[in-house]
Design a protein around this ligand. Structure first.
Ligand SMILES: C[S@@+](CC[C@H](N)C(=O)[O-])C[C@H]1O[C@@H](n2cnc3c(N)ncnc32)[C@H](O)[C@@H]1O
Length: 234
């Protein structure tokens, strides 16, 4: 778990609340500031881990730089592994799954949260330009449509898949604190560096959102797919 926008925090909170035992223990820890559990957030980015460390407020929470394809943690050392929006960035998803399986205790549980970029509805009066920008954006990750193969991949890795659901993000305005406004600037930067969409199309794509917003016509919706699985005790 790493630094989160309000939307991401909501996803993570909802996912964690589905794991009743862990969420109860987290609430106890937050209220009492005791240390009944330890949570470690792992990311390969030194910058991100540094940012999280600076915001850290709980003694039971720590962050470390690590690679999801070769975790530093020992075998069977975690009750729960939560992987939010990381697996789709790694070409060899099977290794990510086998590492999650390895560090989980028998009967331990995992949650994988991933985005399918085909499940994005982002309104524009220029559908062709929107499609060109989003096609270019797909190159930002290794697996832009990972969710549809996750059930099969989890089962192949030895997990027992026991639940799956969708969390929808819906923005009806283009506000500074909306997920989609932040995303639009990230996309503009990424696509601008690729050269497969002209600068004028990219500027037009970005500037249209303010106009749609002012006219009350802004619409953004994206789905996060959440998979819950356990490591069988055997
Ligand atoms: C879309 S961000 C998600 C960040 C965070 N997990 C969240 O949900 O807010 C994708 C993250 O995957 C991380 N990442 C990419 N490859 C990784 C790897 N091999 N091991 C660990 N993290 C990785 C990136 O550094 C980046 O922070």
């Amino acid at each position: 778990m790493t630094a989160a926008s309000p939307d991401r925090r909501a996803i993570i909170t909802e996912a964690l609340h589905k794991i009743d035992e862990l969420s109860a223990r987290l609430e106890i820890a937050e209220k009492a500031d005791t240390e009944p559990i330890a949570v470690v957030g792992i990311d390969i980015s030194h910058d991100l881990v540094g940012l999280c460390d600076r915001r850290k407020h709980s003694t039971w929470l720590s962050y470390e730089v690590g690679d999801a394809t070769k975790l530093n943690q020992p075998d069977a050392s975690f009750d729960v592994v939560v992987c939010t929006q990381v697996a789709e960035y790694i070409a060899d998803v099977e290794v990510v799954l086998s590492e999650a399986f390895r560090v989980l205790k028998p009967d331990g549980r995992t949650i994988f949260i991933t985005t399918d970029w085909d499940a994005l509805v982002w309104f524009s009066d220029d559908a062709k330009r929107m499609a060109a920008v989003l096609k270019s954006w797909e190159a930002h990750c290794a697996h832009p449509r990972l969710p549809r193969t996750m059930p099969h991949r989890l089962q192949n890795a030895g997990f027992r898949l026991y639940d799956a659901f969708v969390y929808s993000l819906l923005n009806l305005s283009y506000d500074d604190d909306s997920y989609s406004k932040g995303l639009s600037t990230i996309i503009e930067k990424f696509v601008g560096g690729r050269g497969d969409v002209s600068a004028s199309d990219l500027n037009g794509w970005l500037s249209e959102f303010e106009r749609l917003n002012e006219a009350g016509r802004y619409f953004f919706s994206s789905n996060r797919y959440i998979f819950k699985a356990s490591r069988p005790a055997r």
